[in-house]
Design a binder for this molecule. Structure first.
Ligand code: KIV
Ligand code: NA
Length: 274
């Protein structure tokens, strides 16, 4: 079992902020785990950032399983959380249970679903079956067509009520945490005060129990990131520079150098690294 468990995440509320980040493959997960991230999350955002889709609606269970396997192999310390993709838990509770189990069998420690109040029964059944669940309210990207796009949620009384109702239903059904995506900071604060389970915000201000960001956004792999993201690096341009240098070296015959081929390479080093 990994060091960080859902129980530990729950105990962090009010004591220590929870740091969560997405990762979709083995090397990324290895780095995130070494960095001491608490929750490494295979989000269905992979549809957009890894597969180039305009939204998350085409992500399949097979894709989620495939990426969960790769991440799970790398992580020793952090909690490994896998997203349930669009329509993998909406049709029936039975289908939701079976699909969640597939993610657990692929190496996840817990699953995340979008919604709260509407999925009370599913959450209860998952928890009863031994599968820890995180909920997700506010902006729920799998419902972006109905929501009318990726927009701030919680400006009307009705939406605030819905967010609160979702968070409370999740707590009551046994979920161990809830993501609050793109809601007003004051609404996120209210929810954080009203429920005993940790709230993890994205674009929802500072008054929450933790933060989550998408790997590619945080590391600046693309130029364009949502305005609520802090870019901690500019890996996109770093990678481009490295590749341009490589291309130039190849074109100009500067790579490989003698030390890179057998006749001249350091045989001792080679044996060590083999
Ligand atoms: O899929 C994802 O990356 C997410 C986070 C933004 C919470 O659901
Ligand atoms: Na998601």
């Amino acid at each position: 079992m990994r060091e960080i468990t859902p129980r530990k995440i729950m105990e962090m509320k009010g004591k220590e902020k929870i740091a969560m980040v997405t990762a979709y493959d083995y090397p990324s997960a290895l780095i995130a785990d070494k960095a001491g991230i608490d929750i490494i999350f295979i989000g269905d955002s992979l549809g957009m950032v890894v597969y180039g889709e305009p939204n998350t609606l085409n992500v399949s269970m097979e894709q989620m399983i495939y990426h969960t396997r790769a991440v799970a192999k790398a992580v020793k310390r952090a909690l490994v959380l896998a997203d349930m993709p669009f329509m993998s838990y909406e049709v029936s509770i039975e289908e939701g249970l079976r699909n969640a189990a597939r993610l657990i069998q692929a190496g996840a420690d817990a699953v995340k679903i979008e919604g709260g109040y509407d999925h009370k029964k599913l959450v209860k059944r998952l928890v009863r079956a031994g599968i820890p669940v995180m909920g997700h309210t506010g902006l729920t990207p799998q419902r972006y067509l109905r929501l009318g796009g990726y927009r701030l949620i919680g400006e009307t009384e009705e939406e605030i009520e819905e967010i609160l109702r979702d968070a409370k239903a999740l707590e009551k059904s046994g979920a161990f945490a809830v993501v609050l995506e793109f809601v007003l900071a004051d609404v996120a604060k209210l929810v954080t005060e009203e429920v005993k389970i940790p709230t993890i915000g994205i674009g929802s201000g500072p008054y929450v129990d933790g933060q989550v960001l998408v790997w590619h956004d945080l590391l600046g792999i693309y130029e364009n990131v949502p305005p609520f993201v802090k870019k901690y690096a500019n890996l996109g341009s770093m990678i481009q520079l490295a590749l341009e240098e490589y291309r130039t070296d190849v074109k100009e015959g500067k790579f490989p150098e003698p030390k890179h081929y057998w006749e001249f390479l350091d045989k001792e080093e080679f044996e060590k690294k083999k």
